[in-house]
Design a protein around this ligand. Structure first.
Ligand SMILES: Nc1ncnc2c1ncn2[C@@H]1O[C@H](COP(=O)(O)O)[C@@H](OP(=O)(O)O)[C@H]1O
Ligand SMILES: [Mg+2]
Length: 328
């Protein structure tokens, strides 16, 4: 709620309340109940603390601290349902909630959709190290899976990745820590997907939670295309960041039947991966459709994100071959 209120307030100040349409995950109802009084006051405090820091980032703070009703109003402004026309900001204030509460990977994701097309995406990844050398893959025999383990708790932790339709490429810069000044754009660097196209050397990512994706189906797919490494299980849209940066080659997600994917869980990641040279489609090979409102309507079975067309074609082919024999 704090992130949502802060982003909503900043966007509204910049673009004017009347012109702003925000699609976002949290609603205001739960926060308005009598049981949530202490939570609400924590949100009010946090939002005011964040906005007081706005000048550090070249933004304007409010003239005075915002009151409870103004903050609730900022959150409730995020009531757009998107759609095929106009411009809609799409915000996931904390993507990968479980990762966030566990001190693991999570992301703050913001995208701009214009007439159904994603034209801007930003992923803030506070626990994802800037450099690949700052973490190592740790193989956990008991599960078995690969885990991302930071080498040390360095200032190198935390990055922001973004891409814009009219600009070439995807970019990454450090997340600001403490009083360190934001040196944008000088500290930003271009990122690119991996050039590995041999499945035997490719790493594939998937959600950590079994309820979010069918691990046994992806294990079967992995085996049939010749992926030899254990899956890298990462919370949140950091998986898109990992592909865009070349830390892994494939991300697959096959939600259980009945789950409807939301646009805020993918919009920012898709434009960033594509700008970094990758390919994102559903399991039928079609692009994801962000023009139908809050949900990714018409999604064919699952989401396939690859560093390049060779791996992508192999995965799509394997889905066709193994779908009927699977128990999905
Ligand atoms: N049953 C389900 N099947 C598939 N995805 C689900 C799911 N329940 C939640 N999710 C989505 O998966 C996201 C987490 O992905 P991951 O497992 O890769 O970390 C959640 O984002 P939030 O954490 O923002 O709610 C949520 O949107
Ligand atoms: Mg989410």
């Amino acid at each position: 709620w704090s992130v949502q209120a802060t982003v909503s307030w900043i966007l509204s100040e910049y673009f004017g309340r009347k012109n702003i349409s925000i699609v976002a995950e949290e609603d205001v109802q739960t926060l308005s109940t009598p049981d949530s009084r202490s939570l609400l006051s924590a949100v009010v405090k946090t939002v005011n603390e964040c906005l007081a820091e706005a000048p550090k980032y070249g933004l304007q703070s409010p003239a005075r601290e915002l009151g409870t009703s103004e903050i609730l109003e900022a959150i409730s402004r995020c009531n757009s349902t998107g759609g095929p026309t106009g411009r809609h900001w799409v915000l996931d204030p904390v993507d990968g909630t479980l990762g966030f509460v566990r001190g693991d990977q999570y992301a703050v994701a913001l995208a701009l959709i214009e007439n159904g097309e994603v034209i801007l995406g930003v992923l803030g990844c506070p626990n994802y190290p800037l450099k690949k050398e700052c973490f190592h893959y740790h193989y956990k025999v008991s599960t078995p899976k690969l885990l991302l383990q930071p080498c040390s708790d360095t200032l190198e932790k935390g990055c922001v990745i973004y891409a814009k339709k009219s600009c070439n490429g995807a970019w990454m810069q450090p997340l600001v820590h403490g009083d360190k000044k934001l040196e944008w754009p000088n500290s930003a660097s271009l990122i690119q997907v991996s050039s590995i196209d041999d499945p035997a050397h490719a790493i594939f990512c998937e959600p950590v939670e079994k309820r979010n994706s069918n691990h046994s189906f992806t294990a079967g797919l992995a085996h049939s295309v010749g992926l030899r490494k254990q899956p890298l299980r990462v919370y949140s849209m950091v998986k898109y960041a990992a592909i865009a940066r070349g830390d892994a080659e494939i991300f697959m997600k096959f939600a259980r039947t009945g789950y409807r994917e939301k646009i805020w869980d993918h919009a920012a990641g898709v434009i960033i991966v594509e700008a970094a040279g990758g390919v994102v489609t559903d399991a039928g090979g079609r692009p994801l459709d962000f023009s139908k409102g809050v949900y990714l309507e018409g999604l064919d079975r699952g989401i396939i994100v690859c560093s390049g067309p060779i791996l992508h074609e192999k995965i799509i082919g394997a889905v066709y071959a193994s779908w009927d024999s699977s128990n999905l």
